[in-house]
Design a protein around this ligand. Structure first.
Ligand SMILES: [Zn+2]
Length: 482
């Protein structure tokens, strides 16, 4: 028997010998292509560098140490990043894709943000390294994966005592199960009174932790900084009685048009850190749907004003003797306590000195001071404007004179009440032309510059008080409050 062997078959079999080589090449090809895919999108959560970003900003925003950020991205020189670079953000296991940042606003909680972005609270907390609800501060950055960055603008539905979720859904004309799903609730029985749910239409939007009676809460020019004047605006149902406090100091709200407005002075020596900002409200009677009112607190970060330290000042010892300064300081503080309900000014304040001196300052507000070698326990409570003895002093805005008398430290001093807890004060004058109780108009001559009291030379020491706190007067010459 002859066994015929088909040569073509042998040749075919020989190809099997090449198979491992072939698969190796194939797998190499595939792995190369997957490497290519990875270089398009980094492995792990990443941020795309924007115009104006520095590596330090990015590290701060994502709350990662800068050296870890450099290491994760093989960056040796922290100054070397380019717009469009995709930087892997370390320390966020289980999170993938492009990350974006949004500025946090007042009136949000972890829960309300979770509902707004439809992102589980746990994931949002981990992404933002939130260790407590206090870490959600207005003005700081909120990190969110780009795929979730389409915040819902659903109408807010407040859960009321004595109303079931089913009733609420019916009252608001929404499907209760959709309400349950949209708000990550375990069931229709699980909503708690006071909780604020996200509705499903896109009628209105607003601070997620407030009931619908409050349409909007905004704080202008965040962050809070030592010496600054802050403006809080609230829009909501007419007739709400609003009150508030920052770290226990009372905030007064005034009705203005369709808004409630509060001015807030930040003390120049306030230790930088987190402080509770509370806003509470009482609804007008006969609003049973909303209940009695609300009480909301959120931490705000007060930053350092980076004020300079003045060289030690030498003054007459009796002007820093506590026996003299304490009663005078007490009197001075008492002058700014009363909050007149009528706002007398409108727009930016005029300069209190003639044009030739208006941009000439011998000392700015806020600088830290030591007198006669003592500790730096003092700060400069106003703005020192140039001018000699006899330089004219004008009222910067309409107001009522509440003090016009000589004092030991402040010399010949005048204080004007402009309403809403805003006062201006004028020290070291040589002449005073107004009396307690006088109304003054902007530009009215109220006195002459001098060198009376604790001074090293003639100048006008000018103060602006907001809610009993001396703030930076330059802000009032540049910006219209509120
Ligand atoms: Zn001064």
């Amino acid at each position: 028997m002859i066994v015929s062997v088909d040569l073509s078959q042998i040749r075919f079999l020989r190809y099997f010998l090449y198979l491992p080589v072939f698969t190796a090449v194939l797998s190499l090809l595939f792995s190369t292509s997957s490497v290519n895919a990875q270089s398009d999108l980094p492995d792990g959560p990443f941020y795309q560098v924007q115009e104006g970003d520095t590596l330090w900003d990015i590290a701060l925003r994502f709350r990662v140490p800068i050296d870890e950020l450099q290491q994760a991205n093989g960056i040796t020189d922290a100054a070397q990043i380019d717009v469009g670079n995709q930087l892997v953000i370390p320390g966020l296991e289980g999170i993938q894709g492009l990350l974006e940042t949004r500025t946090m606003t007042y009136g949000e909680t972890l829960r309300s943000l979770s509902r707004r972005y439809r992102l589980p609270e746990e994931k949002l907390a981990r992404l933002n390294h939130l260790t407590s609800p206090n870490s959600i501060n207005p003005g700081s950055m909120l990190v969110i994966p780009a795929q979730y960055d389409n915040p819902t603008s659903g109408r807010r539905v407040g859960v009321r005592a004595g109303k079931s979720l089913l009733e609420l859904a019916m009252l608001n004309d929404v499907n209760p199960w959709e309400l349950v799903l949209a708000n990550n609730l375990p069931g229709t029985w699980s909503a708690l009174p006071g909780d604020v749910l996200v509705g499903l239409d896109d009628e209105t939007d607003g601070p997620g932790a407030f009931l619908e009676a409050i349409e909007d809460v905004s704080i202008e020019d965040l962050p809070f900084v030592q010496g600054k004047t802050m403006v809080i605006r609230i829009r909501g149902m007419p007739g709400i009685e609003l009150s508030g406090s920052l770290n226990g100091s009372e905030i007064t709200f005034f009705s203005m048009g369709d808004e409630y407005v509060a001015l807030l002075g930040i003390h120049a020596m306030q230790e930088p850190g987190l402080y509770p900002l509370n806003i509470s409200g009482k609804y007008p009677p006969g609003e049973p749907y909303f209940g009695d009112g609300f009480d909301f607190s959120q931490s705000v970060l007060i930053r350092d004003g980076d004020y300079p330290f003045d060289p030690v000042l030498t003054v007459a010892p009796e002007t820093i003797d506590p026996k003299v300064t304490e009663p005078e300081d007490e009197l001075w503080e008492s002058l700014g306590v009363n909050v007149s309900p009528k706002k007398l000014w409108d727009g930016v304040f005029q300069s209190p000195v003639p044009d030739v001196f208006k941009d000439c300052w011998t000392s700015l507000y806020g600088s830290r001071r030591s007198y006669n070698g003592g500790p730096y326990d003092y700060y400069h409570t106003g703005l020192d404007l140039c001018g000699g003895v006899g330089t004219e002093i004008f009222a910067p805005a309409p107001g009522r004179v509440v003090f016009a008398e000589p004092l030991t430290v402040r010399g010949m001093a005048t204080v004007i009440d402009h309403g809403w807890g805003v006062y201006t004060a004028y020290d070291h004058q040589s002449e005073i032309y107004v009396e307690h109780g006088n109304f003054v108009e902007p530009g009215q001559l109220i006195g002459l510059g001098g060198a009376t009291g604790r001074v090293t030379g003639p100048h006008l020491h000018w103060e602006v008080w907001v809610g009993g706190i001396q703030v930076d007067p330059l802000d009032w010459l540049m910006k219209s409050f509120p």
